[in-house]
Design a binder for this molecule. Structure first.
Ligand code: SF4
Length: 447
């Protein structure tokens, strides 16, 4: 198969192909040639980025070697990458070299991209067929209209005010847009504070990192009444209804545990329709147990690694441990509630034999129901540096330690744990069929 051409950018962000060279991908920090199976047409709704001061790495099919490209036809060129649309997982990140002193990249994922037969190709895979965040499903005029109607409907509610004015109008958040449209998954941010200090935190970045957080963190804790006021109508009326605590625009929801517990109890007093979910760092097992008793249906626990050392190097937990995170997952399964991990995919690390084995141990022991495979949004070289992954890369020479490839990783986990559901989004009740995914079905909560 003829690989797509290398794609680069000029200094002004004009992206174009270099027909003499083929695209390459990066597995950890080893340039790699994608296979046909590892390439898809760039999904609608994806963005293309110029990577400031990064030198593009392509493949010269005549010299059969990877080459750095600093100029083309006498003009300076720079590396480019794709930020894929939601529901797609990255197979290779963009191949580039970084000169000393280059600014850190913003908190996005940088997927390898090429050009062929008149279109862009990305090294990725659709991991969730659910359309809830497909840009093609949003009529932006209708979103605007319905969002204004929500503001009139809940004039005193600070939380719906935040979701509409901040998340819909300022950030164009697909989850908040779905709330405005009264469909699918509705976000419920609750916590201004967090008990972790993730390297790539998207809602709070210390100035010294030189990177801006992509969302400002919520600065108030809503009341039970404010939460219940809009979530009950959503659960009662929305198709494939899910309401989710724990969003990108807040800290850690378990720090608002008592409020969330009372809100869940009140919601379930009003309706038993839909799914009540929490996206969390799962740092407080006791709080998770209280939420299970109140009626929580599902949890999504964010994890960059199933290895304690790499987990703690990224999350930098304050007053909790990796063991607490595992215990929260066990509690959910003890209460027969749905347990997903929000597993940050980083090509070359996620599919590294040591990480694959650690994840297999976790799945085997905890019996989670689902892996939501999401791309880690961070400057890849910053991540490699912070987690000390260079050693891992150095041992790549030895066959035993070679990354197996993201597609092979998905295949291997599916074969070994056939019940595992793969995806990107929190499933609605309609997708939680009892008897599938190691799942016995929803049971009434012990109020
Ligand atoms: S758990 Fe979430 S809010 Fe807390 S530091 Fe990490 S990314 Fe930020």
């Amino acid at each position: 198969m003829k690989l797509p051409h290398l794609v680069v950018s000029d200094r002004d962000g004009n992206i174009f192909e270099i027909p003499e060279l083929s695209m390459a991908g990066m597995s950890l920090n080893a340039p790699t040639l994608p296979t046909e199976q590892e390439l898809i047409p760039l999904p609608y709704g994806s963005d293309l980025y110029l990577l400031p001061e990064r030198t593009a790495v392509g493949y010269d099919p005549r010299r059969k070697e990877f080459v750095e490209v600093k100029e083309y036809h006498g003009e300076p060129v720079f590396a480019a990458a794709a930020f894929m649309a939601p529901a797609y997982v990255q197979v290779y990140r963009s191949a580039f070299a970084t000169p000393a002193g280059a600014p850190r990249l913003s908190l996005y994922s940088y997927t390898a991209v090429g050009w062929k037969n008149g279109q862009f190709y990305a090294a990725g895979k659709r991991i969730d067929p659910d359309l809830r965040q497909d840009l093609s499903t949003f009529n932006l005029n209708l979103v605007e209209q319905e969002a204004r109607r929500m503001l009139r409907r809940y004039p005193q509610n600070r939380l719906t005010g935040h979701l509409i004015r901040n998340c819909v109008f300022r950030y164009g958040c697909p989850a908040a847009r779905n709330f405005a449209l009264g469909r699918w998954e509705c976000p419920i941010p609750t916590s201004p504070g967090c008990n972790a200090a993730c390297v790539g935190c998207i809602s709070e970045q210390p100035a010294e990192t030189g990177v801006r957080s992509t969302q400002d963190r919520l600065d108030f804790m809503p009341s039970v009444e404010e939460i219940v006021e809009f979530t009950v109508p959503h659960l009662k009326n929305a198709p494939r209804a899910v309401v989710s605590f724990g969003q990108g625009c807040e800290g850690e929801p378990l720090l608002a545990g008592p409020v969330i517990k009372e809100a869940i109890k009140e919601i379930r007093r009003c309706t038993d329709r839909g799914i009540i979910n929490i996206n969390t760092n799962a740092s407080r097992p006791a709080a998770v147990e209280e939420l299970c008793k109140a009626g929580l249906d599902s949890i999504r626990v964010s994890l960059n690694s199933a290895q304690k050392g790499y987990y703690e190097a990224y999350y930098r937990p304050r007053h909790y441990t990796f063991e607490d995170v595992l215990e929260s997952l066990r509690i959910m399964r003890r209460y027969n509630r749905w347990a997903s991990i929000n597993y940050f995919v980083f090509p070359g690390f996620t599919d590294h034999p040591a990480e694959v084995s650690a994840l297999e141990r976790l799945i085997g022991e905890v019996k989670i129901n689902m892996i939501q495979a999401r791309n880690l949004n961070i400057d890849p070289e910053w991540y490699i540096e912070e987690l000390g992954l260079k050693e891992l890369a150095a041992s790549n020479g030895k066959a035993a330690a070679k990354p197996i490839g993201i597609l092979a990783w998905i295949e291997r986990i599916s074969q070994k744990f056939p019940w595992i559901k793969w995806g990107y989004f929190n499933p609605p009740r309609e997708e939680m069929q009892a008897g599938h995914y190691g799942w016995e079905g929803i049971r009434k909560p012990t109020l």
